[in-house]
Design a protein around this ligand. Structure first.
Ligand SMILES: Nc1ncnc2c1ncn2[C@@H]1O[C@H](COP(=O)(O)OP(=O)(O)O)[C@@H](O)[C@H]1O
Ligand SMILES: [Mg+2]
Length: 231
């Protein structure tokens, strides 16, 4: 399949050239975090997610696993409208991803249609056998000016197991429930008038479970930071 010269140029750029073509950084690198840049070439725009300029064991050993997790999650969901397509693996530490022309949910004022579409989108992702696993903060829900939703950042994704793998599928279902709960919280925060009785009941039920999960997450983050390089 042929592509535009701008696209062909993006497909051939080195890491250095991609950073040089960055228009904006959504995020600059932390010891355990990637750089996330909007890269432009002519009329083409892509997102560059990159651990490649990091130093130390995290960039060397963990980043390739995270990049592989995200790339394989995006490849699995390539037919889902609202999940960006994987454009290219730059190498084992960097990815080019289709740009979604939206902003994080909290920075927009989405209408009711956006919430309905987002619910459908998340259900489609789950039906395709992927739980996102990192929707709680809301920063991975994007929305454009036409109330079209997107879900990004599949590094924490969990795949459904084979039918016989009952223990794993129990875990998968917990992640699906956590995703659904994040969606209810998004409504509670930005559009409380859209909550119904089922949502309120689900919020109360999830409360206890999530407090325990948060405590575990905070411990994991503390331990990771403790051992992460500080340069
Ligand atoms: N495909 C994309 N299209 C548009 N913006 C994106 C895309 N991917 C990421 N972003 C922006 O960059 C931010 C950080 O990217 P993300 O993949 O969530 O990184 P991290 O894993 O560090 O949270 C997102 O919250 C979003 O604002
Ligand atoms: Mg994110």
């Amino acid at each position: 399949m042929s592509c535009s010269p701008d696209r062909a140029a993006l497909l051939a750029m080195t890491r250095h050239e991609l950073h040089a073509a960055a228009r904006q950084y959504f995020k600059t690198a932390g010891p355990t975090e990637p750089e996330v840049a909007l890269v432009a070439c002519g009329s083409e725009r892509v997102v560059f997610k990159d651990y490649g300029r990091g130093r130390g064991w995290f960039a060397r050993l963990i980043a390739p696993i995270l990049i592989w997790r995200e790339a394989s999650g995006l490849a699995h969901l390539r037919h889902v409208d609202g999940v960006p397509k994987l454009v290219r693996r730059v190498d084992c530490r960097g990815l080019l991803i289709e740009y979604c022309p939206g902003v994080p949910w909290g920075q927009a004022r989405p209408g009711e249609a956006a919430y309905q579409r987002l619910s459908k989108l998340l259900a489609t992702v789950h039906r395709a056998g992927i739980a996102h696993g990192d929707l709680r903060g809301g920063g991975n829900f994007l929305v454009d000016i036409n109330d079209r939703p997107y879900i990004v950042d599949f590094v924490a994704r969990v795949k459904r197991g084979s039918a016989w793998n009952i223990p794993w599928n129990w875990v998968f279902n917990q992640f699906v429930a956590a995703d659904d709960s994040a969606l209810i919280k998004l409504r509670a925060r930005h559009a409380p008038h859209l909550l119904d009785d089922d949502d309120r009941e689900a919020m109360a039920y999830r409360g206890r479970f999530e407090r325990a999960a948060r405590a575990t997450g905070a411990t994991v983050r503390r331990v990771t930071r403790r051992f992460a390089p500080r340069d």
